[in-house]
Design a protein around this ligand. Structure first.
Ligand SMILES: Cc1cc2nc3c(=O)[nH]c(=O)nc-3n(C[C@H](O)[C@H](O)[C@H](O)COP(=O)(O)OP(=O)(O)OC[C@H]3O[C@@H](n4cnc5c(N)ncnc54)[C@H](O)[C@@H]3O)c2cc1C
Ligand code: FES
Length: 277
């Protein structure tokens, strides 16, 4: 395994090869991929992501962004390597190739990238996640533990991923499914006000589909709660160079009142009040 440095628009970024040491299905269309890299993977902030691709496939030169779920340092089972875990939904061309990867396959990855969440937070945090939207939150949950409630929504029981990593660190987990096959029947956003009425919530963090993010923000706005959303804008370089991932943000300093920011550098976590919904 080799590693090197890439130049992001603002800083150096670790880049290297890793070996797949696990790639197991955890729900109908979702897999957990574990990659062993040399034991110098940089420190990760909760909410940051990596760009990842197959090492040998020149047809798939561009990486895909995936949130970093967890990093286990100096893993003794894997010769003292660091093991980077991601969780992915089979969504299209590259992730369906990932789902066929065998242990021992070589991957290229670069990161950690982007800005994540503030974990130095004393209040009570509500996490709202749909599908694989829980993935950027585990490291935050490990830090804030029983000051966190996770509301997790999926279409049906077959799509619900295991959430015991959250429960084990003391997070309260509540599940909803659209067809009622597991947990509360309905949309995950319908649970927000129930928890709000019970707890002294001080902020909401959200990651999932665009409609879910929009609905969560509208509720946060009505309840006058701070709200941070993690966006899954498609990316090419992940390094701030191509401007393929820009989103429109409110900008009082700009004559038009808005400007563009790159999801891969200024995000993926954005103050929801700065975005246009
Ligand atoms: C910061 C960040 C973090 C992320 N973290 C995660 C994560 O932890 N887990 C996870 O599963 N995903 C995550 N994503 C999303 C993930 O990157 C995408 O699902 C992935 O890149 C899809 O790649 P693909 O090649 O498999 O799919 P693609 O082939 O690129 O297709 C993706 C989707 O776009 C549609 N599509 C493709 N081409 C077209 C077209 N021409 N016209 C219309 N629709 C089209 C496909 O039908 C599919 O629904 C994250 C994204 C970002 C930006
Ligand atoms: S993906 Fe290239 S600038 Fe963000």
């Amino acid at each position: 395994m080799t590693d090197s440095v890439l130049f992001c628009s603002e800083r150096k970024v670790w880049s290297g090869e890793g070996l797949v040491v696990g790639n197991e299905r955890i729900s109908e269309l979702t897999f957990r991929l574990s990659i062993a890299v040399d034991s110098n993977f940089p420190t990760v902030q909760s909410g940051q992501f990596i760009m990842i691709r197959l090492a040998d496939d020149v047809g798939l030169l561009l990486g895909r962004p995936l949130a970093i779920y967890r990093v286990t340092r100096n893993n003794t089972v894997h010769d003292g390597c660091d093991v980077v875990e991601v969780i992915y939904l089979v969504a299209g061309r590259v992730t369906s190739r990932f789902s066929e990867l065998a242990v021992g396959s070589r991957m290229r990855l670069w990161g950690p990238l982007g800005r994540g969440f503030d974990v130095e937070f004393s209040g009570r945090t509500l996490l709202v996640a749909g599908g694989v939207g829980h993935t950027p939150f585990l490291m935050l949950a490990e830090k804030l533990r029983n000051r966190v409630t996770l509301l997790y929504g999926a279409r049906s029981a077959e799509r619900v991923v295991p959430l015991d990593d959250f429960e084990q660190v003391g997070v309260e987990v509540r599940i909803s499914t659209e067809d009622g096959s597991l947990g509360v029947c309905g949309l995950v956003t319908e649970l927000i006000e129930q928890v709000y009425c019970r707890d002294e919530l001080t902020r909401i963090l959200c990651c999932g589909s665009a409609p879910m993010i929009r609905a969560t923000f509208k509720i946060a706005e009505r309840l006058r709660l701070p709200c941070v959303v993690s966006l899954e804008t498609p990316m090419s370089c992940g390094l701030g160079l191509c401007y393929g991932c820009v989103v429109k943000v409110k900008d009082a300093a700009d004559a038009n009142g808005w400007s563009y920011q790159r999801t891969c550098v200024e995000g993926p976590a954005f103050d929801a009040y700065s975005l246009f919904f």
